[in-house]
Design a protein around this ligand. Structure first.
Ligand code: HXC
Ligand code: NAP
Length: 290
């Protein structure tokens, strides 16, 4: 048994239709692929139709499953209503929503224009509540259960400089997750979130951190487990939260980061830089003093 293998029963999502925003690339693509391997129909939605079509071909060939690519900008409510209509037409209904699309810049906040701030907040927060509201209304009207899974980050609760629009928006997504978990439970709609640590993707890494910055701030080096995440590790968790196996998990945010944020939070965690020899010396000194 390996951490890079699928974890769930092979029919765990059979018969379900799952909509993944930003499902053409990166983590959305990896999670979508695993949902299909577990028997789900997939809908992938983002701006670039060419990328979506390429991913759809690749995933249907790899898994033998069905995938519908639909172009949309999550910032536009009309655009996402069209996605939901197309998905419902094709598959009859939608059972799960994975709000994964995001935009982000690394920049000192004072260098950002107000339009740049809007861009990130609109993709991350407005995009998430747009899809959640439109699909939630449909589920409630049709008395159909649903599962919402939102991708946040650990700085949704710690905050972080240099990614302030993203931190602001992800914090809002987390509040949305927890609020609706209670309010919509009566409609059999569950809401959960995942906070991934560093998982290599072209979008988050190559675009966000140019190569010299990735080398300088190697995320693996500062991680307590001294590595980055494997996409399958995240896909396993996402599939569990989308499946009925997690039927009693509601309003939770699950961190999968190798202990990264806690390392930054603990006041004395930086003492892992102290060598064994120095600890020996400190111990000797203490014993000598007693
Ligand atoms: C500062 C920037 C900028 C940058 C654009 N802008 N890029 N400002 N730094 N790097 C400004 C522009 O000048 C403009 O403001 C405004 O933002 C809108 O720019 P557009 O290019 O028109 O935006 P748009 O076409 O909507 O593109 C979206 C995008 C792009 C967010 C700009 O980067 C994108 O497609 N990103 C998707 C991929 C991504 O970001 N993935 C990362 C997710 S990872 P003005 O004032 O000039 O009009 C993540 C977690 C990270 O979220 C965790 C890491 C470990
Ligand atoms: P990614 O490949 O860049 O994914 C972002 C996706 O969002 C793209 O597919 C993009 O597709 C889509 N998107 C952007 N703007 C959109 C818009 N306006 N409308 C519709 N779709 C839009 O990056 P990733 O690393 O896989 O990130 C996926 C998620 O994980 C994000 O929520 C991110 O915040 C989170 N995350 C990632 C990491 C990591 O280490 N990778 C860590 C923490 C959290 P188009 O360009 O086609 O629109």
């Amino acid at each position: 048994m390996k951490n890079t293998q699928g974890m769930l029963h092979q029919d765990a999502l059979k018969g379900k239709t799952i909509l993944v925003t930003g499902g053409g690339t990166g983590l959305g693509k990896s999670m979508g692929r695993y949902f299909m391997e577990l028997g789900a129909n997939l809908v992938i939605a983002s701006r670039k139709m060419e990328v979506l079509e390429q991913t759809a071909n690749e995933l249907s060939q790899a898994t033998g499953g069905q995938v519908l690519p639909v172009a949309c900008d999550v910032r536009s409510y009309e655009s996402i209503e069209k996605v939901i209509a197309a998905a419902t037409d094709r598959f009859g209904s939608i059972d799960g929503l994975l709000n994964n699309a995001a935009g982000n810049f690394i920049s000192p906040t004072e260098r950002l224009s107000h339009r740049a701030f809007d861009t990130v907040v609109d993709i991350v927060l407005r995009g998430t509540y747009n899809f959640t509201l439109a699909l939630g209304k449909q589920w409630i009207a049709q008395k159909q259960p649903g599962t919402i899974l939102n991708i946040v980050t650990t700085y949704a609760w710690t905050g972080s400089g240099y990614v302030v629009p993203s931190a602001t928006a992800k914090a809002g997504v987390l509040a949305l997750t927890r609020s609706l978990a209670v309010e919509w439970a009566k409609y059999k709609i569950r809401s959960n979130a995942i906070a991934p640590g560093p998982f290599p993707t072209e979008g988050a890494w190559s675009r966000l951190l140019p190569s010299n910055l990735v080398e300088k701030f190697d995320p693996a080096k500062k991680n307590p487990l001294k590595r980055v995440g494997e996409h399958q590790e995240l896909a396993n968790l996402a599939a569990y939260l989308m499946s009925d196996y997690s039927a009693f998990v509601n309003g939770e945010v699950i961190t999968i980061d190798g202990g990264e944020w806690l390392k930054g939070a603990g006041e004395f965690n930086h003492l892992d830089m102290v060598s064994q020899e120095m600890w020996d010396q400190l111990e000797q000194a203490r014993k000598g003093n007693t």
